[in-house]
Design a protein around this ligand. Structure first.
Ligand SMILES: [Zn+2]
Length: 164
């Protein structure tokens, strides 16, 4: 798949398909316009390279839902915020659980109505924005904490947000 990502990036002039920002290989991922879970295939016509954060947000959304997210941005499309300097600093400064929880909440808040609606999509977003050095179970842990702090409610794989 990495060869495909390379050539997609090359064809897109090294930029994200959606937000047109210069995209480093490490921040890029292959987005299936029609999700694989919706019958989308690996044909060229169905693939674009885009910011990893957006790919995580799109997850298994339908094309209609994705178009809604795009149209809601009214012209200038911004992919969800990349991990900010919290991540760059995190090696030198020990961030606490409370910091990470606030970081995740703020990131979700910034998404407005485009917050991930399914449990799987939310988990992917949390995984994408948490620094890579945290243990693999961190995403599940913080998901649980969000529920405990009544910031979200989980029901049958869907997420309800108790903040805007
Ligand atoms: Zn982008």
């Amino acid at each position: 798949m990495s060869k495909t990502l390379d050539s997609l990036l090359y064809m897109q002039g090294g930029k994200c398909f959606f937000c047109n920002q210069v995209l480093q290989h490490v921040d890029a991922s292959i987005e299936h316009l029609l999700a694989k879970s919706k019958g989308g295939n690996n044909a060229r016509d169905n693939l674009v390279a885009c910011c990893r954060t957006l790919n995580a947000l799109f997850a298994d959304m339908s094309l209609k839902e994705k178009m809604q997210v795009i149209l809601n941005q009214k012209g200038t499309f911004c992919c969800p915020a990349k991990p900010n300097n919290l991540v760059e600093l995190s090696i030198n400064k020990p961030y606490t659980e409370v910091d990470y929880l606030a970081y995740i909440t703020t990131n979700l808040q910034k998404r407005g109505i485009a917050k991930p609606a399914s449990l799987v999509a939310l988990m992917n977003v949390i995984k994408a924005i948490l620094p890579a050095h945290l243990p693999k179970t961190a995403a599940e842990y913080y998901l649980q904490r969000l529920a405990e702090e009544e910031k979200i409610r989980l029901f049958q794989g869907r997420v309800t947000y108790l903040f805007d």
